[in-house]
Design a binder for this molecule. Structure first.
Ligand SMILES: *Cc1c(COP(=O)(O)O)cnc(C)c1O
Length: 480
């Protein structure tokens, strides 16, 4: 322990150099984007046992370890990274994670991280204003009479969705907290909803079977014209709709649901509208793309992940609630305002979260945006969407390929031939080669290959090369 704080500079410099080399090798494609070795081989190579036994990870040993570690990572900065909705992190944002890890300010209470809390407060307001909601005056945070929005950062969109639905439950069924499930509650979610919705329904005590699917158009978007009928039918059955969820955008194909129409119906029936904008909320930062989220201000709650479109290191997700009081009531029914009323110069987020110890998630988001600037962030998001649209055109111009749907965001689903298993086998072989890392999804009942454009360095030439590889693999499969 006595040498704990020695060598910080030297060791940090070793890590910085290794990361620099790693980023260069990744961006210039000198190493595969993905290379999955056996777990036991890696445990051996990384000398985990030996390092724990000797307890002197520093200097040359640290250098060797970090190098081996980085060589066994999946390289998101590689232009062939097209698989998942995870940001290619901005290096300055990553420094935010480092500072946060080094200071360990568990900022859910203000006294455990005034800077981190202030930044979270500031970034929540930044996000609320992008939605068009009333931001939080610093002296009115806890005033139940004050009409403003509210929010909190959580460790990921799944937890954020759960938190938003907790707020919905508290607003719609306040007695639930004490007396439990009245037994007739349902949640209505899009056909293409993220699996965290079903999980949330189960965790909330509603039961997965009470997470029902909204009517959908042939592309899988919510079909508002059929919603009234569904809501009336459910009422006839004695069911009560606790919340309706809309996607902005969906996970599989990246489609945005028609928010104004859905919001109108929710208002008519006084049903809580939750908009899952975990991925697609990024479009709110762009004047050009914001129209995709028209109507989002009419929602009751919104979830928006910064670690998807916004270059922010994982994880950093926001739960945003139009009426802050519902968020404060999400975790206890008694008016919690008195409980908070400490004499302190800031505000405790702890009453709004599942978490007790919470990382200073706002710092990685703030430092990312502060490095890019508002305009830089907007052009990053626009660039990814533009690239996806161009790629979709390129793919559909080839006879061998079919594109599922014209992309609205940075996600492209396509396939070669008609066979579902072939798509999976192509993906498997692509990943084995390691030039490209793509995902696959079920959409409209069939299997598609799926590209998520997260890396600003991915070019159309890369996509040309990807298509050539896929065609070659298909030939191999057809003529073994
Ligand atoms: C990614 C995503 C989630 C889950 O968010 P995590 O941060 O991965 O937990 C939920 N909903 C949608 C629409 C998403 O794209």
């Amino acid at each position: 322990m006595n040498n704990l704080y020695q060598h910080i500079n030297e060791n940090a410099a070793i890590v910085a150099q290794a990361l620099d080399a790693h980023l260069k090798e990744s961006t210039t494609k000198q190493r595969p984007v993905i290379h999955q070795e056996n777990l036991e081989v890696l445990i051996e190579r990384l000398q985990l046992d030996q390092h724990i036994a000797s307890g002197d990870l520093s200097g040359e040993k640290l250098k060797q370890f970090v190098t081996d570690y980085l060589n066994a990572t999946t390289r998101l900065h590689h232009p062939g990274f097209l698989a998942h909705q995870v940001a290619v992190p901005h290096p300055t944002g990553a420094l935010g994670s480092w500072i946060d890890g080094s200071t360990n300010n568990a900022m859910a209470i203000y006294e455990m991280g005034p800077a981190a809390s202030s930044i979270e407060y500031f970034m929540i307001n930044w996000m609320l204003s992008k939605i068009g909601w009333k931001t939080v005056p610093s002296n009115q945070q806890l005033n139940p009479e004050s009409l403003h929005a509210g929010g909190v950062l959580t460790h990921g969109g799944s937890l954020a969705n759960l938190t938003a639905l907790l707020a919905a439950r508290s607003a719609q069924v306040p007695e639930f907290w004490k007396s439990g499930n009245p037994g007739n509650l349902v949640i209505l979610v899009p056909e293409q909803s993220h699996y965290s919705m079903k999980r949330a329904a189960a965790i909330l005590g509603l039961g997965e079977d009470n997470c029902l699917t909204l009517p959908a158009d042939p592309d899988g978007r919510v079909q508002p014209s059929e919603m009234n009928q569904q809501i009336e039918d459910l009422a006839t059955e004695g069911k009560r709709v606790m919340a309706i969820v809309a996607n902005a955008c969906g996970t599989a194909a990246g489609l945005y649901d028609p928010l104004p129409e859905i919001a109108h119906i929710c208002k008519q029936h006084q049903i809580w509208l939750h908009v899952d904008a975990a991925h697609g909320g990024g479009a709110l930062v762009s004047e050009k793309l914001r129209h995709l989220l028209n109507g989002i201000d009419q929602a009751d709650s919104v979830v928006w992940d910064a670690h998807k479109m916004m270059c922010t290191p994982t994880v950093c997700a926001a739960v945003l609630i139009k009426d802050h009081r519902h968020l404060d009531h999400a975790f206890e029914q008694e008016a919690s305002y008195l409980l908070h009323a400490k004499d302190q110069p800031g505000f405790d987020f702890i009453s709004r979260t599942v978490e007790c110890t919470k990382a200073g998630l706002g710092l990685r988001l703030f430092m990312t945006i502060a490095a890019l600037g508002n305009a830089g962030l907007a052009s990053h998001v626009e660039g990814l969407v533009e690239k996806a649209k161009e790629a979709a055109q390129l793919i559909s111009s080839r006879d061998t390929f079919e594109v599922a749907i014209t992309p609205e965001t940075n996600i492209v689903c396509f396939r070669i031939g008609e066979d579902d298993d072939t798509q999976l086998e192509i993906r498997r072989r692509l990943l084995e080669r390691g030039d490209f890392y793509i995902s696959s999804t079920l959409y409209r009942g069939v299997r598609w290959l799926r590209l998520v454009f997260m890396n600003p360095l991915t070019t159309l030439d890369d996509i040309e090369q990807l298509l050539a590889e896929i065609e070659a693999i298909q030939q191999q499969i057809l003529t073994p």
